[in-house]
Write a protein that binds this ligand. Structure first.
Ligand code: ADP
Ligand code: MG
Length: 471
């Protein structure tokens, strides 16, 4: 295998990407704030055949950049060199001297066994993430069996063979497969690949007449981890190959671990005999996490992120509990929610309140925003300022009425999705320019009026927490 490693290194006829130029274009495209907070931290590592390799310090930053900016960064790169097709990350969590950065990362990268194979086509995707391990996998009733089976598989090869883990999206399947790979890779040849990638490599190998190499490669492994097997479909020839590889591996006592989003019997477009081999080992499912587990995960991740930000940000227990209560669907979503909270805190230099959390996580929460009506806002604001609704809606401009009215208009703007004219209509047919004026006034006052800020936060909480029937 080693001999092939350099085959893909290319001599470049074109000029290499100049990262300084890319950086200044990113700055222009995303603005200074985003650039300073996220993109400046990216280090350029290398330019390879049709992709570039960059490095950031944590997975969190990588994920954040990937979900928000990567497509546009790729566009910028492509505008300089159309051959660039993707961007790959390396996580570099070591502190290093800025003056020395090129050499240190690059050398590290080149000498690190695990990364050298990025240049090799088969193992290109054989990426084992050191940050997803057994130690940081948190256990609850929903995933305990899967965890124990995975642990066993990593201590006692081929005890359960194959091991088949299944469960919904974002439940920790990949994390477990990765952990198994991580703990076995020192002493064994480990292959960790998604079913999609397996298919892709298969087809590619046929096209380039490299089937022998493909077979050898897969059949030589001691541990084969295949993620998301539900994506393997159709293609008789490929299933044939998979089936034979599978049997050959079982025969020679290699460990096979498979993950899927459903039980073996429910897989579609996969040959019966393969499904039946899957069922022949140990089949374990991961269920949705209960509140206890969600809270444990949130707590541990919060501590980790707080430490990462040198404890400049503190997320209250109340917020942690709120997220753990509200985000029930998956662990991925749970962590995504927490990441948003931290991003908010980084941008505004303070942890969000519950009301703000609801806004930040609006699309993830089941609280329908329709529950917040302008009528509800008016009722709560009137009660707070001890005025009557008819006073609020009147045209009188006494000072004691103007501020509450502006506050209610402001809250209607930020807590509902109503348009300015719609809001105006709900306030005795006021013009939309009056609405704009009120919103601007409160926005301006909030900048230095602490008492007003406290009042508005408490009103927001009341509005978002109160159910219509409680008034
Ligand atoms: P799946 O493969 O089932 O879709 P992942 O393994 O990718 O889910 O998990 C989604 C995210 O949640 C990952 O960041 C993973 O590290 C994290 N995660 C899942 N389960 C746990 C757990 N029990 N403890 C800590 N982190 C977890
Ligand atoms: Mg997965």
């Amino acid at each position: 295998m080693k001999n092939n490693l350099n085959q893909n290194t290319q001599s470049f006829s074109e000029k290499k990407i100049d990262w300084n130029i890319i950086q200044s274009e990113m700055k222009e495209k995303f603005g200074n704030d985003i650039f300073e907070s996220w993109l400046k931290k990216i280090d350029f590592v290398d330019e390879l055949k049709n992709y570039i390799l960059i490095s950031v310090s944590t997975r969190f930053i990588r994920d954040w950049i990937t979900s928000r900016y990567l497509d546009q960064i790729l566009q910028i790169l492509k505008s300089h060199k159309k051959d660039i097709q993707r961007i790959e990350f390396v996580i570099n969590d070591k502190k290093y001297d800025a003056t020395d950065k090129n050499s240190s990362i690059k050398d590290d990268f080149k000498t690190n066994q695990n990364i050298t194979f990025i240049k090799d086509s088969f193992i290109q995707y054989n990426r084992i993430d050191p940050n997803k391990n057994f130690e940081n996998f948190i256990i609850g009733p929903s995933n305990k069996l899967a965890f124990e089976a995975s642990k066993k598989a990593s201590q006692d090869i081929a005890h359960y063979n194959p091991l088949y883990l299944y469960g919904g999206v974002g439940m920790g399947k990949t994390h477990l497969l990765n952990s198994i790979g991580l703990s076995l890779k020192e002493k064994n040849k480990v292959m960790f690949i998604s079913a999609e990638r397996f298919m892709y490599q298969f087809v590619k190998s046929i096209k380039s007449n490299e089937m022998v190499k493909f077979k050898d490669y897969f059949r030589n492994t001691d541990v084969l981890l295949i993620d998301d097997i539900q994506f393997m479909n159709g293609k008789e020839a490929m299933q044939e190959e998979f089936f034979h590889t599978f049997n050959a591996l079982l025969d020679k006592g290699s460990q096979i671990i498979v993950s899927a989003d459903r039980a073996p019997g429910k897989l579609l477009r996969i040959q019966e005999r393969i499904k039946s081999r899957f069922s022949g080992g140990l089949v374990v499912d991961i269920q949705k996490p209960d509140y206890e587990l969600r809270n444990k995960i949130i707590k541990s991740k919060t501590e980790e992120l707080e430490m990462f930000y040198s404890n400049e940000i503190k997320i209250s227990k109340e917020i942690q509990e709120f997220i753990s209560t509200e985000i029930k669907t998956s662990i991925r979503e749970l962590l995504g929610a927490l990441n948003r909270i931290f991003s908010f805190a980084r941008i505004y230099n303070k942890a969000p309140t519950i009301a703000e959390t609801k806004i930040i996580l609006k699309d993830l929460l089941n609280l329908s925003e329709n529950k917040v009506t302008i009528d509800l806002i008016q009722t709560i604001v009137c009660k707070f300022f001890k005025i009557s609704k008819s006073e609020m809606l009147s045209s009188r401009r006494s000072r004691y009425l103007v501020r509450p009215r502006q506050t209610a208009i402001y809250l209607a703007k930020i807590l509902t999705s109503k348009s300015l004219p719609e809001i105006g209509r709900s306030f005795s047919n006021r013009d939309h320019t009056t609405v704009i004026h009120s919103v601007k006034t409160i926005d301006r006052l909030r900048k230095d009026d602490n008492e007003l800020n406290i009042n508005i936060d408490s009103l927001k909480n009341k509005i978002l927490y109160t159910k219509e029937d409680e008034i």
